[in-house]
Design a protein around this ligand. Structure first.
Ligand code: SF4
Ligand code: SF4
Length: 95
């Protein structure tokens, strides 16, 4: 299990969650429109949830069905940044 960053983060990226994470498993690369949680490093502590101003972070088991794609997208970012960026742009095209 892991926590998952979802659509509300796109083009928000205020990074409040990064400061809250005790294991430094939240990141973004240049060109990313949102941040991502590394599911292999997340310890399920929930510390990142409350600081997020747009309620973008969910426990995997509480992920709303309409945001289910972000589970794979968060993991994908840590294997293939470009592919994750393409998935994000497909779900919410840049304005
Ligand atoms: S749940 Fe805890 S370990 Fe996982 S991303 Fe959030 S703050 Fe980091
Ligand atoms: S606190 Fe929320 S909006 Fe800000 S970067 Fe983290 S997930 Fe994105």
């Amino acid at each position: 299990m892991a926590y998952v960053i979802t659509q509300a983060c796109i083009d928000t990226k205020d990074q409040s969650c990064i400061d809250a994470c005790p294991v430094d498993c939240i990141s973004a690369d240049a060109g990313d429109r949102m941040l991502f949680i590394d599911p292999d490093a997340c310890i399920d502590c929930a510390a990142c949830v409350e600081p997020c101003p747009v309620d973008a972070i969910f426990a995997e088991e509480d992920l709303p069905e309409e945001l289910a794609a972000y589970l794979e997208i968060n993991a994908l970012h840590f294997r293939n940044v470009g592919a994750a960026q393409e998935r994000v742009n497909a779900l919410l095209p840049a304005s």
